[in-house]
Design a binder for this molecule. Structure first.
Ligand code: SF4
Length: 106
């Protein structure tokens, strides 16, 4: 894990990017989320947005529409952070698994 609850943003791949690039509308979001590919804090970022129900922008490689759909599919999840970190740990312990993200969000 790159950081704790407070400092994951320091490792964000988008840290030097123009924030407006991640808060675009419609089809431009699919282009904008490419910056998240390979981001070392993608799990933390996505969990943050899901747990806080952040509605706008690209977070963790997912558009707002994708996050809304995920929240609808899994209404009983109380901590996305715990769920995503557990999934990542499980993935990392899988023989042959690549380092990095667990990749379940596309
Ligand atoms: S996952 Fe994307 S939006 Fe989140 S910190 Fe990384 S680059 Fe930024």
């Amino acid at each position: 894990m790159v950081g704790d609850d407070q400092d994951w943003g320091e490792h964000a791949a988008c840290r030097a990017a123009d924030p407006d690039e991640l808060f675009v509308e419609g089809a431009a979001q699919n282009k904008a989320k490419v910056i998240c590919t390979g981001c070392p804090v993608r799990t933390e970022c996505l969990a943050h947005a899901l747990d806080l129900r952040i509605e706008h922008g690209i977070w963790g490689g997912m558009t707002e529409r994708e996050r809304r759909a995920l929240l609808r599919r899994r209404p009983l999840v109380t901590s996305w952070r715990r769920l995503l970190e557990a999934a990542r740990s499980e993935h990392e312990q899988t023989p042959g698994a690549e380092d990095g993200q667990w990749g379940a969000t596309g």
